[in-house]
Ligand binder design. Structure first.
Ligand code: HEM
Length: 125
């Protein structure tokens, strides 16, 4: 176990903001899932709000100072009927962006565990 928080190992507020920008961009480029995110991009105010929610979710969930004010994972994804391929595409994008940002291997593994653990609230709901 590391004695630094996950939030610190992700680079704090600035690291998390940079990660979210690149994760969302990766989703928009990923043929398996881009159609899911394009409608949000077409509405700039909504798109900024979504990215803010993603930053706050990551900060709040990793020991950072933010308060997450978005919907819980079940409510946010209900009705989308996300499938396994889409779920893996999101997890893969996150892992690739973490690696590109120089996030260390144990921290990437921890993120993989956390993102996988949300499966029952997101997959086929
Ligand atoms: C561990 C995996 C995931 C996490 C942590 C996550 C997290 C989030 C969060 C925090 C929001 C914002 C909710 C809000 O603004 O109220 C969101 C929205 C969204 N998620 Fe996910 N998500 C994950 C997986 C997925 C997957 C696999 C898909 C489908 C490919 C997906 C599609 C979406 C879409 C389209 C929205 C935006 C809805 C809107 O336009 O407001 N998510 N997600």
């Amino acid at each position: 176990m590391s004695d630094t928080t996950l939030y610190q190992r992700l680079g704090g507020d600035s690291g998390i903001a940079a990660l979210v920008e690149d994760i969302v961009e990766a989703h928009l480029q990923n043929p398996a899932i881009q159609a899911r995110y394009l409608p949000a991009k077409d509405d700039p105010a909504h798109f900024e709000e979504l990215k803010g929610h993603l930053r706050d979710f990551l900060s709040a969930g990793s020991g950072g100072p933010a308060t997450y004010r978005g919907r819980n994972m079940l409510e946010a994804h209900r009705g989308m009927n996300v499938n396994e391929v889409e779920y893996m595409a999101v997890l893969d994008d996150i892992q690739r962006v973490l690696e590109r940002h120089g996030v260390d291997e144990p921290t990437r593994q921890e993120m993989l565990g956390i993102t996988y653990s949300l499966k029952d609230e997101i997959l086929h709901v």
